[in-house]
Design a protein around this ligand. Sequence first.
Ligand SMILES: NC(=O)c1ccc[n+]([C@@H]2O[C@H](COP(=O)([O-])OP(=O)(O)OC[C@H]3O[C@@H](n4cnc5c(N)ncnc54)[C@H](O)[C@@H]3O)[C@@H](O)[C@H]2O)c1
Length: 351
Amino acid sequence: MTTDTYKTIHVAASGSYDIIIGDGALACLGERLHALVGNCRLALLTDSNIDALHGAAMMKELTAAGYDVCKYVIPAGEESKSAENMLAFLDFMARNRLTRSDALVAFGGGVVGDLGGLSASLYLRGISYIQVPTTLLAAVDSSVGGKTAIDIPAGKNLVGAFYQPRLVCCDTRLMDTLSSDIYRDGCAEVIKYGVILDAALYDKLHTLPFDRIDVVARCVEIKRDVVQEDEFDNGKRGLLNFGHTFGHAIEKLSNFEVSHGSAVAKGMVIAAKMAPLFGLADVEKPLTALLEQYGFDLGCPYSAEQMFDVILSDKKRRGGNLTLVLPRAIGNCDLITVPVDEVLVKLKQVI
Ligand SMILES: NC(=O)c1ccc[n+]([C@@H]2O[C@H](COP(=O)([O-])OP(=O)(O)OC[C@H]3O[C@@H](n4cnc5c(N)ncnc54)[C@H](O)[C@@H]3O)[C@@H](O)[C@H]2O)c1
């Protein structure tokens, strides 16, 4: 199978790279690796669930392409995105004598992708890495755009770097083994892309099941365009946070019992309710209906004061202001900077 069989989207940021998307796209990984990094050694990072389900297929693909691979498996789950695991993985690569001309393959969801990307940026001051996303969220969001991170006790994603991959190979067939909850989490991000920048995508999402390859490709194009305009997150990239300021607060208040996607879905509804209070469009009803069609529970079990308390420590707060992403219409969101105290006033009106 050659690359031509799959959709290819090109990103031109500080590093430029292709994102290959399609059922069975893993079959072209070896060929693409040869073209990009030559006949080097590979560190394969994955988690325990993915290794059990797809590790053998990945090893087969890489070894058939002639690669010498050393595999490192972290336990599945967000707790693995830690400094301890990253140091242990860096040590593993050093003990396996990987050099600067070798490469890292991050094979997994956002946890593996974020940890792998940051490790690649640090090991020997930077080696090539390839993202092979296995969740819908990773396919449409975390594998694209070069944000890498680990969590520290003070908070999630507080240590990271912008470091672009050399290639993203998204084999949409790998998602067949996702649980419905984890797949739905990714759907929240997909719906987010529709609301912020693409009304036609939003409309398409009303027909279930959606065409996965088309929808992933469209989301990746949207993210690509945003990243190309604002790679280092000083402006437009903030649009991708639609629903996330409130969603993060809900995730944190629930002690991460509420999953990221469910929290983002609740957060998007809070943002939609807030928009008319700032003189913007009221898209709450249609957005709520769509999210309910996907099975999201949209209630917010926390008070405005509880939410506000967490939002005050949001890393996106700048001094006394917070930038909110609010809809002007479906497919058109704006960044609105407001004094933090006003956020509490508005939260009290919508929760
Ligand atoms: N870098 C970015 O731009 C960015 C953007 C959004 C989110 N993130 C990060 O992404 C992470 C969340 O990513 P996620 O939702 O992919 O979580 P995840 O990586 O923890 O994966 C979720 C679960 O699905 C399992 N899994 C993965 N692929 C599977 C498959 N094909 N079949 C069966 N099970 C599979 C995993 O083992 C895990 O248990 C968070 O840490 C978040 O901070 C990063």
